[in-house]
Design a protein around this ligand. Structure first.
Ligand SMILES: Nc1nc2c(ncn2[C@@H]2O[C@H](COP(=O)(O)OP(=O)(O)OP(=O)(O)O)[C@@H](O)[C@H]2O)c(=O)[nH]1
Length: 267
């Protein structure tokens, strides 16, 4: 209803109400008809109002829902983007951390080659593999000769430098699938899958010669060193400790025989 019509409609409504309330018109046939019409009009209006209220509410709710959904959608997208950025950063951090942990747990801090843990893991895997596939597998124990004298003569730092250089020479002398690591102190281990003791001895002899030729620079000094090697070929079903013992016995034999040499353990 337009605003200008409102007073007219109200006036008509009041007139009708007055006529219906006037006792003078009681029993008049038109009064009954006007009353019925007026009731009909009120009912219709009530119905219209109810429908309008429902549709208004529906419209406002659906509009709000649309708005809220759009907003919520954009919000979710923004949140997901943030989450995925955080997750990417977190994953990269975890990767770096895992890498660093793995490095720290398997690498020797001084020389950067494998540590005892890596060697033990590799020994376990390779002995099991050699047994299963009946393949040759050779282990070499390396010990720097008279290393105590290096420390005593040049100092502990010089000794460390010698160990780093020896590790580098061993590592660059072995094959791609061999594993070398620091077993402890001035002792190293080389794990050589797929070759027998005689083939391994050829590789080790080159490494022995390279260490023998090495001059480790320490300040103005040049430190010459040698190393001894004990070689053992894995016997079927042999335990790791027996295998290590045989390599150690061969190393001991090389030391006793005068150092700067290699010895192959009896089968
Ligand atoms: N600089 C340095 N010295 C170490 C390290 N670990 C062990 N050593 C030293 O290595 C020396 C080992 O000496 P020994 O076991 O007596 O043997 P060696 O003097 O090498 O003599 P042979 O093995 O009989 O030829 C000791 O003096 C240890 O202190 C290390 O990480 N750095």
């Amino acid at each position: 209803m337009k605003p200008t019509e409102e007073p007219l409609a109200e006036a008509l409504e009041q007139r009708v109400e007055r006529l219906l309330a006037d006792a003078a018109h009681a029993g008049h046939p038109l009064r009954q008809a006007l009353g019925d019409l007026y009731d009909e009009f009120r009912d219709a209006l009530t119905q219209i109002e109810r429908v309008t209220r429902i549709s208004d509410r529906y419209q406002s709710i659906s509009q709000q829902e649309k708005l809220t959904l759009a907003e919520r959608y954009r919000k979710q997208i923004r949140q997901l983007e943030r989450l995925s950025r955080i997750s990417d950063r977190y994953q990269a951090m975890m990767r770096d951390l895992n890498e660093a942990l793995k490095e720290a747990s398997t690498k020797d801090a001084l020389t950067g080659i494998g540590n005892r843990r890596l060697l033990m893991e590799s020994l376990k895997a390779e002995t099991a593999r050699a047994d299963r596939l009946e393949r040759p597998f050779t282990l070499v124990m390396v010990d720097v000769d008279r290393f105590k004298a290096v420390n005593d003569q040049y100092g502990h730092d010089a000794g460390d430098k010698v160990l780093i250089e020896v590790a580098r020479v061993i590592e660059s002398g072995i094959r791609e699938y061999d594993v070398c690591g620091r077993w402890g102190g001035e002792e190293f281990l080389v794990i050589m899958p797929e070759i027998d003791a005689v083939e391994a001895a050829a590789v080790i002899e080159r490494i022995r010669a390279a260490i023998n030729a090495l001059k480790v620079l320490y300040g103005e000094r040049q430190i010459g060193i040698t190393a001894s090697f004990g070689i053992a070929e894995h016997a079927r079903g042999e335990s790791i400790s027996d295998f290590l013992n045989r390599a150690d016995m061969a190393l001991y034999a090389a030391k006793r025989a005068g150092r700067n040499r290699l010895d192959i353990a009896a089968a």
